[in-house]
Design a protein around this ligand. Structure first.
Ligand SMILES: NC(=O)c1ccc[n+]([C@@H]2O[C@H](COP(=O)([O-])OP(=O)(O)OC[C@H]3O[C@@H](n4cnc5c(N)ncnc54)[C@H](OP(=O)(O)O)[C@@H]3O)[C@@H](O)[C@H]2O)c1
Length: 262
């Protein structure tokens, strides 16, 4: 990232996205803030302009709307000043899978995966051509834990993690840094918005501490940042186990345990 690059943040009207906006503004970056709530974006942009002197533009868009998403993607690909894309907009969905309305499920998948994919693709073209640029994708530890019982939300976050890992390998050698951030439970509006039972909300990390930790990983150019994971060696062991397994995928014969006796 050059010092003059601007940062486009989706879901910047509250929570993690608004906190990223503040932190990048304090680092001196101009901002493009995307979300649906115009009044909140206006209030945040006015405050950040006053407090930091950076230029802040807002783009009011519903990223589940194909036309709005197309306009934001066009903005990402047309604006060569954007050097950092933070794909943060996302939502959760409470309730048992069979009782979730399919329209809500599809909207969640569209926001958490399709929008992020489309904007990453729009940014990648410019970033590869420039030989630099950064994509930050907000995943979740839920993407690693089907046991949490949030199957659709977790699946979208597993998609984000996988895509980020793949893009880090593909785009890294072309000068593009891709970071997946996996927050654990963090104090934002997402719990209320997703219809979570207040009695079942776990202990929450402060959103400022979460984003500051994610930015430590960003400054170190970490591909995966999991602020709540105190034992970093556990992630390394998980990765090592996966890499060992890869060697077994090149077999042309089924494993012994799947052979029919006889
Ligand atoms: N908080 C946690 O515990 C936690 C843990 C792991 C991962 N995460 C992830 O962190 C990210 C940010 O969530 P948060 O916790 O900061 O929640 P949040 O405060 O509810 O923020 C969500 C942001 O996304 C925007 N958004 C929602 N639907 C949108 C749409 N259709 N189009 C455009 N923007 C939309 C919201 O703005 P508008 O309503 O103005 O559109 C808001 O700015 C999400 O991807 C979430 O999955 C959160």
């Amino acid at each position: 990232m050059t010092d003059t690059s601007s940062v486009l943040i989706t879901g910047a009207s509250s929570g993690i996205g608004a906190t990223y906006a503040e932190r990048f503004a304090r680092r001196g970056h101009d901002l493009v803030l995307v979300a649906r709530d115009k009044a909140r974006l206006n209030a945040l942009s006015a405050r950040l302009r006053d407090e930091t002197g950076v230029a802040v533009e807002i783009v009011v868009a519903d990223l589940t709307d194909p036309d709005d998403l197309g306009l934001v993607a066009k903005r990402v690909s047309d604006d060569r000043k954007i050097g950092v894309l933070v794909n943060n907009a996302g939502a959760g969905l409470a309730g048992a899978f069979e009782r979730q309305a399919i329209a809500d499920v599809e909207r969640l998948v569209s926001l958490n995966t399709t929008a992020l994919l489309r904007l990453s693709h729009a940014a990648a073209g410019n970033f590869v051509a420039a030989g630099q640029g950064t994509i930050v994708n907000i995943s979740s530890v839920v993407g690693l834990v089907p046991e949490f019982g949030q199957s659709v939300y977790g699946a979208t976050k597993a998609f984000v993690l996988y895509l980020s890992q793949g893009l880090a390998l593909e785009l890294g050698p072309k000068g593009v840094y891709v970071q997946a951030v996996l927050p654990a439970a963090t104090r934002t509006e997402i719990w209320e918005r997703s219809g979570a039972d207040p009695e079942k909300v776990p202990p929450l990390m402060d959103v400022g501490e979460l984003v500051d930790a994610a930015l430590v990983g960003f400054d170190r150019r970490e591909p995966i940042t999991i602020p709540a994971l105190h034992e970093g060696a556990h992630w390394d062991a998980y990765q090592a186990a996966r890499l060992v397994m890869i060697q077994g995928f090149g077999q042309t014969q089924p494993a012994e345990r799947y052979r029919i006796a006889g």
